[in-house]
Design a protein around this ligand. Structure first.
Ligand code: LHQ
Length: 267
């Protein structure tokens, strides 16, 4: 049996997925990416799980693709044909990025240390991103002759605008967590010692909320980014109509009127 490169814990409705190759700053190997995909599928299929929290073991969140992995490492034999590293994207990163963005529950990233390359963009693809004060984000791709992947070219300009997105991507400099928050790249920075508790509190709060409404909000916002104003208004009406027939709305509105705490259960 292969090692547990993704550690899985359950805390009530929160499924914690911990990237677990601390000796290599949680750099992704093909095996690890496969385990992460499997863990996300399992969380998506698990009814009681109402929020996923992704974090890293040790001092890093993730240093991105493991550059020593045989799938991408340049051959020491100059006569060997170059590898097509695009296969890693097609087979591992693209399905993973799509899965993250379409999870039936909200996904929180707790960035506990450096997040570089695909590690950074995997975090930025989550719904809420909290970071420790000493964490950092590096679009490390340009340093090694690549371009931002794992959604970077899509996410960065949308999150921070073209000028800053290009600055981050072209220079590949380390961005401190506080600067990432000031730019609007992430949602919140907390002292290192408080990250685990703060992220769990956010995840537990989300787990107690009307999951379907949260997930439709993510989907509607992603979709609205490519819509004009009027189609976006119409999309809201269609989705709101659907949510209006669901248990959680009926329960939420009734609980408000009854002055009691609602019990949400849709997923
Ligand atoms: C690593 C790595 C690493 C292997 C640290 N690999 N070992 C997709 C598909 C196809 C192809 C390519 O790419 C992609 C997407 C990508 O993600 S491309 C970007 C890949 N990532 C990087 O280029 C980042 C490389 N790492 C770094 O620049 C530094 O390690 C950072 C800035 C993250 C941290 O620096 P330090 O805190 O100084 O730590 P360190 O460099 O000393 O690393 C500690 C250990 O982790 C070290 O191993 P060692 O045996 O010497 O202790 C590193 O070799 C290993 N490690 N990143 N990506």
């Amino acid at each position: 049996m292969s090692e547990h490169l993704i550690q899985i814990e359950q805390h009530g409705g929160v499924r914690v997925l911990r990237l677990n190759r601390p000796e290599a700053l949680n750099a992704f190997t093909a095996v690890m990416l496969g385990q992460l995909r499997h863990a996300l599928e399992a969380a998506a299929d698990d009814g009681p799980t109402r929020c996923v929290l992704i974090t890293g073991a040790g001092r890093a969140f993730s240093a991105g693709q493991d550059l020593a992995d045989p799938h991408v490492a340049p051959s020491s034999d100059p006569a060997a044909a170059p590898k097509d590293i695009g296969h890693m994207l097609d087979h591992y990163y693209i399905p993973l990025a799509l899965r993250l963005r379409s999870m039936p529950v909200p996904v929180v990233a707790a960035v506990n240390g450096v997040a570089a390359g695909a590690g950074a963009n995997m975090a930025l693809g989550c719904d809420l991103v909290l970071a420790a004060e000493t964490a950092s984000f590096i679009q490390a791709f340009s340093r090694i002759g690549l371009l931002p992947d794992c959604g970077g070219t899509w996410l960065l300009p949308r999150l921070v605008g073209r000028a800053k997105a290009l600055e981050l991507a072209l220079l590949g400099d380390k961005l401190k967590a506080a600067d990432a928050a000031a730019l609007g790249l992430i949602s919140r920075v907390v002292p290192d010692a408080e990250l685990a508790d703060a992220a769990m509190a956010v995840a537990q709060k989300l787990a107690g909320m009307p999951t379907r409404a949260l997930v439709e909000t993510r989907r509607a916002m992603d979709e609205a980014l490519r819509l004009d104003f009027e189609p976006a208004l119409k999309q809201e009406a269609v989705l709101q109509s659907q949510l209006g027939f669901a248990h959680d709305y009926l329960e939420g509105a009734a609980a408000f009127l009854d002055k009691r705490k609602p019990e949400f259960k849709d997923r």
